[in-house]
Design a protein around this ligand. Structure first.
Ligand code: ACO
Length: 159
């Protein structure tokens, strides 16, 4: 069946850009972390929808690292791409940058999210495999396998 066809990371990669507006700021005048998390969750979901050609739900968000802040007027670029697929789950890495007017990007956040493809009854459904071509894609895959094992251990130990 068509759903079993493996896909490349580049097939579902998404890049979006926002400009930080006053309504995006927290009381300290920085981009509100919750707003950035919403943008990250949204792009991860869209990458997963593109890869799986299915509805998806967020199962977990981990390894969300806020490295630097963003401020009013900043251009915030989010790049989402598949890092790993299981049977019905997909891990997506989202990197967030602030882009200056001369085009230089500074990394401000790295996140890894697990999205699960679901059928019309909300039950997990199989996803296409992922072709990892480049050395960095292979390294991401290997790191995702470790994160999956760490999630399994945390679940087992009740954390
Ligand atoms: C639109 C939105 O984004 S809504 C956001 C809020 N999210 C939700 O409401 C999701 C609520 N959670 C659920 O519905 C369920 O827990 C599901 C569908 C995610 C998983 O259902 P389960 O009955 O646990 O299914 P099951 O045990 O078969 O796991 C399915 C897959 O999800 C993975 N999974 C389940 N829970 C987690 C978790 N907490 N973290 C990471 N992966 C998970 C499993 O490892 C499995 O992956 P695999 O098939 O690739 O091996």
């Amino acid at each position: 069946m068509e759903r079993e066809t493996r896909k490349r990371v580049s097939d579902s990669r998404i890049e979006v850009i926002y400009q930080v507006r006053p309504e995006h700021l927290n009381g300290a005048g920085r981009l509100f972390g919750g707003r950035l998390m919403e943008w990250i969750d949204e792009i991860a979901g869209l990458v997963a929808i593109r890869h799986s050609q299915s509805n998806v739900i967020t199962a977990s968000v981990d390894n969300l690292k806020f490295l630097r802040g963003a401020f009013q007027g900043d251009l915030v670029v989010l790049i989402g791409r598949m890092s790993y697929v299981g049977s019905t789950s997909m891990e997506i890495r989202v990197d967030t940058y602030v882009e200056s007017l001369d085009g230089i990007r500074r990394l401000i956040n790295i996140a890894h999210l697990v999205q699960v493809a679901v059928d019309e009854n909300g039950r997990p459904r199989k996803v296409p495999g992922l072709i990892v071509d480049t050395e960095s894609e292979k390294a991401e895959w290997d790191a995702a396998v470790k994160r999956k094992e760490m999630r399994r251990l945390r679940k087992e130990e009740g954390f």
